[in-house]
Design a protein. Structure first.
Length: 191
């Protein structure tokens, strides 16, 4: 049986050992209501049997794009090991329990930051943000910090994977896995 998740995990493990940077970082692609693509780097936090999870403020720009269009793309590029993985998929919000569990595992400063930052919104100055951080540090002093309702995990369930391995003279290896009637099919692409 063809299993692109297994290949992903093998490459991801290799990157965790050999890549010089943060192997969890990937470019996330979303589209706004004008079909304008937007790309930014986020971190992979969970690998599930049926998808990949990152966490975000759902009121951020990427969160608002997600509300409009559930189709998302991911791209991992591990330069020094000459590998790239592109993934197309459909996103869904994680249930509250999973988001709560992950939020509670974050450093306290990151939890405060999730409350203090109106992600992607304009601020007057960095002082405004620092003042909000101080406010929430005082508010949650000596108590556990609850997850903001607008902060959650998004799971991307793949419909397509492409595994790219750099080759000499730009003769790269490209394998594309795509879902066809709930089964994975593979084809090889010219570089």
């Amino acid at each position: 049986m063809i299993d692109p998740y297994k290949k992903f995990k093998n490459w991801y493990t290799k990157a965790s050992i050999e890549f010089n940077g943060d192997h969890t970082a990937f470019a996330l692609g979303t589209c706004d209501n004008n079909s304008q693509p937007h790309i930014r780097m986020v971190l992979l936090k969970k690998i599930l049997n049926d998808g990949f999870v990152f966490f975000t403020n759902l009121n951020s720009k990427k969160g608002n794009h997600f509300k409009i269009n559930k189709k998302l793309s991911m791209c991992f590029y591990w330069e020094n090991i000459n590998r790239q993985i592109r993934i197309l998929g459909n996103g869904s919000i994680l249930d509250s329990e999973q988001s709560d569990n992950y939020f509670s595992s974050r450093p306290r400063g990151s939890q405060i930051g999730a409350w203090a930052s109106k992600q992607s919104k304009e601020i007057k100055s960095r002082k405004e943000l620092r003042d909000k951080i101080k406010y929430y540090e005082k508010k949650f002093k000596n108590t556990s910090i609850p997850r903001p309702i607008y902060w959650s995990g998004i799971k991307i369930k793949p419909i397509e994977f492409e595994f790219w391995k750099q080759g000499e003279f730009r003769i790269h290896s490209r394998e594309q896995y795509f879902l066809k009637k709930n089964n994975w099919t593979v084809r090889f692409l010219s570089p």
